[in-house]
Design a protein around this ligand. Structure first.
Ligand code: AMP
Length: 215
């Protein structure tokens, strides 16, 4: 089963994708994670996208479609793929359909995680992650049990994303409404869209996603 998790920045796509990886053996394809990895390893592409990402703008379709194509043609995923943060434009959505057809796969469902904008701003401004295992925390709602150790892997390697600040979040939200939200209509018209309440608790959202996938 191949699915898209669709929603604005801070909707919880990454957190829920990680749960699906653990529980269903699916493979998470996050273009945001791939771009951050390219920056960390200092590739030409990573250097090119750094300023764009920090400002909260979208990188070109060509770059992210290339990243997804590489993964789809080299990775096997018996449990299916979760597209997290991709597609973000109508051009990317068309390209994804073509790439999946090329590797003999289809898209099974698109789960829209609906959240309100005030909640997003709050969520994003307190967000930090473990740089070693990727576990996501929040300064108010989900602190690690010990200040200096990740609950999951025990490392003391907490990171705050450079683009998780209020100025860049406003740009990311605008990019979402201008370029990504049309995908809701696009996938509705393809009869693939299911909307869930992304403001529920983490377990509540996970249960809604499971229902969308199995129901
Ligand atoms: P994310 O981790 O999904 O929030 O992505 C972080 C940043 O990476 C975004 O603000 C964009 O600058 C860039 N990015 C990630 N995925 C895409 C995409 N599908 N299209 C364009 N830019 C992307």
């Amino acid at each position: 089963m191949n699915i898209i998790l669709l929603g604005p920045p801070g909707a919880g796509k990454g957190t829920q994708a990680r749960k699906l990886v653990e529980e269903r053996g699916m493979v998470q394809l996050s273009t945001g994670d791939m771009l951050r990895a390219a920056r960390t390893s200092g590739t030409d592409m990573g250097n090119k996208v750094a300023a764009i990402m920090d400002a909260g703008e979208l990188v070109t379709d060509e770059i992210v479609i290339g990243l997804i194509e590489e993964q789809l043609t080299t990775t096997t995923a018996p449990g299916g793929f979760i597209f997290d943060g991709f597609p973000r434009t109508l051009g990317q959505a068309d390209a994804l359909g073509e790439l999946l057809a090329k590797v003999g796969q289809t898209l099974d469902t698109v789960v829209e995680m609906a959240v309100d904008d005030d909640a997003l701003v709050k969520r994003i401004s307190g967000r930090f992650t473990c740089g070693s295992c990727g576990e996501v925390y929040h300064s108010e709602t989900k602190r690690p049990a010990k200040e200096d150790a990740c609950d999951e892997c025990g490392e003391n390697n907490f990171k705050h994303r450079a683009d998780d600040n209020e100025v860049s979040l406003r740009v990311r939200l605008l990019e979402y409404y201008k370029k990504t939200s049309p995908l809701i209509g696009y996938y509705y018209a393809k009869d693939l869209l299911q909307s869930i309440n992304g403001l529920d608790t983490m377990d509540g959202v996970a249960a809604s996603i499971s229902k969308a996938l199995d129901g």
